[in-house]
Design a binder for this molecule. Structure first.
Ligand SMILES: CC(C)(COP(=O)(O)OP(=O)(O)OC[C@H]1O[C@@H](n2cnc3c(N)ncnc32)[C@H](O)[C@@H]1OP(=O)(O)O)[C@@H](O)C(=O)NCCC(=O)NCCS
Length: 167
């Protein structure tokens, strides 16, 4: 059993835990643009990219449980593939304890190690205060804002940001 949080590559045996956390995001529908009827297989494929999709998936394990996950992938192929994109999620029960900051920092180090020169987030919902603050504190700038770019569960449209930093 792991007594301190450990970040490690995602394994096939993490599927159930990863899908469980991903389902929290789908249910809340206020941070990621997943279809409400997205399948478990599609969620697993998103959070555990393999060599075919050129992505790298990681989980944080604490006390033997997966409590967070992130993926790093090229933001675009070919001539734009030096810029990474990444997605992050912390289990609702484990939020507000520094795990998001830990995986954010680690993902920047890993992305640099993987050869990326910058990181870009394409859709950070403006109402996602925790994420916007976290990314700004880790050196990301808001380089663009899409007005009315995301429909919240109550039907209201809110802006989303494109955030970027060099590595
Ligand atoms: C965003 C997310 C990854 C943050 O993870 P976390 O473990 O809760 O974050 P941490 O405890 O490490 O807090 C990091 C920073 O986030 C901000 N933050 C966290 N919770 C916050 C809250 N409820 N309100 C405002 N800011 C908050 C703070 O700036 C905090 O900085 P601090 O370390 O100086 O206190 C997590 O809330 C999550 O998984 N949300 C759903 C998925 C998501 O939004 N992913 C990112 C999409 S861009």
């Amino acid at each position: 059993m792991t007594r301190t949080p450990v970040i490690r590559p995602t394994a096939n045996s993490d599927c159930t835990a990863v899908v469980r956390i991903a389902r929290q995001l789908v249910a809340a529908a206020d941070t990621y643009a997943f279809e409400p009827d997205v399948t478990d297989a599609a969620l697993w494929a998103y959070w555990s990219p393999d060599t075919d999709t050129q992505g790298d998936g990681f989980v944080t394990e604490f006390d033997g449980l997966v409590v967070a996950m992130f993926v790093i992938r090229p933001n675009h192929p070919g001539p734009a593939s030096h810029i990474a994109n990444a997605s992050y999620a912390v289990d609702i029960a484990a939020r507000g304890k520094g795990i998001g900051r830990s995986i954010g920092k680690q993902s920047l180090l890993l992305a640099a190690k993987l050869g990326y020169e910058a990181m870009q987030f394409n859709i950070v919902i403006s109402t996602n205060v925790a994420a916007v603050r976290l990314w700004q504190s880790l050196g990301f700038d808001i380089v663009g804002t899409i007005p009315a770019g995301f429909r919240m569960p109550d039907g209201t449209l809110v802006a989303h940001h494109i955030m970027h930093r060099t590595l």
